[in-house]
Design a protein around this ligand. Structure first.
Ligand SMILES: Nc1ncnc2c1ncn2[C@@H]1O[C@H](COP(=O)(O)OP(=O)(O)OP(=O)(O)O)[C@@H](O)[C@H]1O
Ligand SMILES: [Mg+2]
Length: 295
């Protein structure tokens, strides 16, 4: 089982969008995928409709060490995509974890309970430094950080991440190591030169011991917004390119990102094609546009 925490120390770069998009693509590729919504503003929990809603969620998981599936595991309407929903609106978990001896290590210690039934766990987090974010990072095999393409944000992000990684260093002695960090540019608009932005951001991260800029960039595209509004994965909404557009489809970029982040499942990802989707979900095909681009 591979565990990926999606995080950033700032709000709004697209953590929930990336988590929901990767999760649905992996599930459609046949991977048994579990989403955990650790953000107390439960955007991921309501991204896709549920086929079954469990009585409990992350509160029971973290506060009571509850791992019985019938208590905490909801099923989304997407086959292979399960969810542990957010149900801690008053952020009681933060206070509880600060006072627990195993606070930052609790999720890491709970994850083996899911190992037999899931291939991939994706954890969405809140966009601010908190004990929950630290706990998510320490439970993960890899971190994924979406970042918007401007240098000021990048420098701030770099400082925040360096500090976060530095602060957690002492826990390595307890067996909790910070995982490699995959930085992904999100919301790249049509007015920016992807190559130049990518290059300068890569230089910003060159001195970070664990960070790696990923080659795949996600465009600012209407399909990602529509995915949230309609509760349909972006790759199902948009997999055919309108003839007057050059930007890649949501399907292409999410597939490329999955291939880059999880190369061990290359065969499964390669097997999911546009043709298959058109047979499986004919109703969801609608051409979309890149934001800032002419239609
Ligand atoms: N690639 C994209 N193209 C267009 N819109 C996007 C893209 N990625 C995210 N968005 C939009 O940006 C907004 C913020 O995205 P999202 O909620 O995923 O960010 P977040 O990092 O989870 O925020 P928070 O820190 O508040 O949890 C949403 O309206 C979302 O639809
Ligand atoms: Mg979010």
């Amino acid at each position: 089982m591979n565990i990926a925490a999606v995080l950033s120390t700032k709000g709004g770069p697209g953590k929930t969008t990336v988590t929901a998009s990767l999760g649905a693509f992996c599930a459609d590729s046949g991977l048994r995928t579990l989403l955990i919504d650790l953000d107390n503003q439960p955007s991921l929990s309501s991204f896709y409709a549920l086929a079954h809603e469990a009585p409990g969620g992350v509160f029971e998981l973290i506060a009571h060490n509850e791992t019985r599936y019938e208590q905490i595991l909801s099923q989304t309407c997407i086959p292979n995509l399960s969810l542990i929903h957010s149900n801690d609106p008053f952020n009681q978990l933060g206070t509880l974890l600060l006072h627990a001896a195993d606070g930052r290590l609790r999720l890491k210690n709970l994850m083996p309970a899911f190992a037999a039934d899931f291939d991939l766990v994706l954890i969405d987090t809140q966009g601010a430094r908190s004990i929950l974010l630290e706990m998510a990072l320490l439970s993960a095999d890899m971190a994924i950080s979406p970042i918007t393409p401007d240098m000021l944000t990048a420098r701030e992000f770099h400082r925040g991440m360096l500090q976060l990684y530095r602060d957690l260093q002492p826990l390595a002695a307890l067996g909790a190591r910070t995982p490699p960090l995959n930085v992904v540019i999100n919301k790249l608009d049509a007015t920016r030169d992807a190559r130049l932005i990518h290059q300068s951001l890569a230089e910003t991260f060159a001195d970070h011991p664990q960070a790696r800029m990923r080659h795949t960039t996600l465009p600012a595209a209407v399909s990602f917004r529509r995915a949230a509004t309609e509760g349909i994965p972006a790759h199902r909404l948009e997999y055919r390119v309108p003839s007057n557009r050059q930007a890649p489809t949501a399907f292409k970029v999410i597939k490329a990102l999955c291939l880059e982040l999880f190369p061990e499942w290359r065969v499964k990802f390669e097997a999911l094609t546009e043709e298959q989707l058109s047979l499986r979900h004919p109703a969801s095909i609608r051409p979309s546009t890149m934001e800032g681009a002419s239609k």
